[in-house]
Design a protein around this ligand. Sequence first.
Ligand code: GUN
Length: 292
Amino acid sequence: MIIDGKAVAERIRKEIAAEVEQMVQQHNLRPGLATVLVGTDPASQTYVSMKRKACAEAGIESFGHELSADSSQDYVLGVVRELNADPRVHGILVQLPLPKHIDEEAILNAISIQKDVDGFHPLNIGRLSMKGRDPLFMPCTPLGCMVLLEEVGAKFDGANAVVLGRSNIVGLPAAMMLLKRNATVSIVHSRSKDPAAMCREADILIAAVGRPHMVKGDWIKPGALVIDVGVNRIDDPSRKSGYRLVGDVDYEAAKDVAGAITPVPGGVGPMTIAMLLQNTLRAAKMTLPVNA
Ligand code: GUN
């Protein structure tokens, strides 16, 4: 089975648009997302513009802040603090990575947890990691992975789940989400002894390492649910652009072994944006009086 992330994301985005309209009608409140982009990294520019376009389509107002690459840390902190205080802004997204001279932790720490729609604030990550605690927001990409797994009827309780990669943005929070759902979670990373053997045990496999086709067909347990977060460019002279995008999983080999698998593109990617819109809508809802 192919997991059509694009279709799931479109359905969610439509539901969000309807809820946004209702919020505007009933409460005269339009959700707002502020994006902060420091520098001119082309991939980051593309991601931010895709996020803002998706906001517009869902009726969410977006406030774009583009800062020069040499902005001081204090200046970026000042922007974040202004956005914390701006009642039109319900969610704040600081696009990562930040330029090297800026302390990412200090910036993420400064975002109001009520507006932390990326779920990267240490308090939200801490709560995600602890038993019996719940974050206000969870990071969008791993959250999108979990929604896709639910979509194909994943049974998390007691399942062997393997997360390939331990990034703060995907691997680590994905592992915490799986653990919260009572999966037996292993994190495989660059120092792991036998990644292939670990992956072969996985009923649920989330690959998020950024290495094209690292996961071979014979790394997949027959019937496993495979979520491929990788977005890697590889040369392809047959394309006009000269490249194409492939995942961390050798899709052609894996699709015949896996019970379900996400394609790249069209799998996890569209879900990240849908989850961001969902978090922003929730952030706006949280500002309404209780029981409104
Ligand atoms: N860089 C790569 N993924 C993300 C994301 O989900 N959010 C932000 N803010 N930056 C990113």
